[in-house]
Design a protein around this ligand. Sequence first.
Ligand code: PLP
Length: 406
Amino acid sequence: MRTVYLDNNATTAVAPEVVKAMEEYFTAEYFNPSSAYDRASPAAQAIKQAREIVARFLGGVDSSEILFTSCATESLNAALFGAVRANPARRHVVTTAVEHPAVYEVCKDLARSGLDVTFLPVDRAGSLDVRAFIQALRPDTLIVAVMHANNETGVIFPVEQLARITKETDPAILFLTDATQTAGKLPLDLCGALRHVDLLAFSGHKLHAPKGVGALFVRRGTPIRPFMIGGHQEGGRRAGTENVPYIAGLARAVELAQRDHDTVETRIRRLRDRLENELLARLPCVEINGERAPRIPNTCNISVHFIEGEGMLYQLNEHGICASSGSACTSGSLEPSHVLRAMRVPFTAVHGSVRLSLGRYNTDEDVNHALDVFPDVVANLRRLSPYWDAAHDRPRPEAEAMMQGT
Ligand code: PLP
């Protein structure tokens, strides 16, 4: 059976060019980059070069401002816990109600340990209210953590503006952004539009590098304490023998993302828009979550009223389509996603949401296959759905009121 992979926000296929770039560091150049003998210098050189490539990718920052980590979760944990440990006098954190658990759960943990955390709400479109953001900043605010784009809906937050406002309010407040879903999709210019951002995290496996490598940008002078201690690696700021092949792979993936950005983005956006428009045209009672906000070009989060997302995923899987019902971490659980709940997606839709996320290897044939399968899956499930029957047996205004959650 043909596999159609529409879950690129969960992970991406490792690019063949990336595999090739990694190979020699598994084989001939396996040495520990910290070793003093000459044979280890290609490994050390590979890390140095990778750091320079990632620094260029982030708008030409200094390579000493890049730390390699094992994933975005580690980068985000290191940034948040590291900031808290370095700045005990400030006890307030600002974040949003729709962050990935790598920030959301850390902030909940910080709240449990006595910090005051403001979780900013979003509106029905998934957008933040900038005025509420301004009001949330306080004299004791330590750090702001706002994601660049949401992993479930693709909604982009105005991080440039929020970081500028933060620094204008109080230059000592740190600004962290989770760019895991935007690295390779949106420009990350930390010397230009994002110059007020102090800390930025992303992960290799969302942009065709392997799972197990990530990066954290730490602007020079940012007060954070190391999260991993026990070695001198990464300037003593992230201990542990470096994963040389994966770091080389991350650098190659970043180069590919930069080289092909315009063509890949145009193609993916066209595929996503076609998929979305056709689904909206063919299916009654569906809506796109985040449609009214600016979104990254690859993500379609569709709510199909009156049926279960899990049922859809199961049947899509039977037809070789890989999709997800939220973040990779929440799928598999029947709890509605905290992101859609924060957007106040009505009851009849919150359980029937599916995320379709495209990537550089998707084709028109993939979209055709999804369009062949998806409407049939929905029709099958709706035939079995008591909610759908109930909605249909009622006069139209009542059915619509059910869809609005009123
Ligand atoms: N942040 C966002 C927005 C994500 O989408 C993800 C992964 O889904 C993460 C953080 C965590 O990334 P990693 O799996 O590399 O730890």
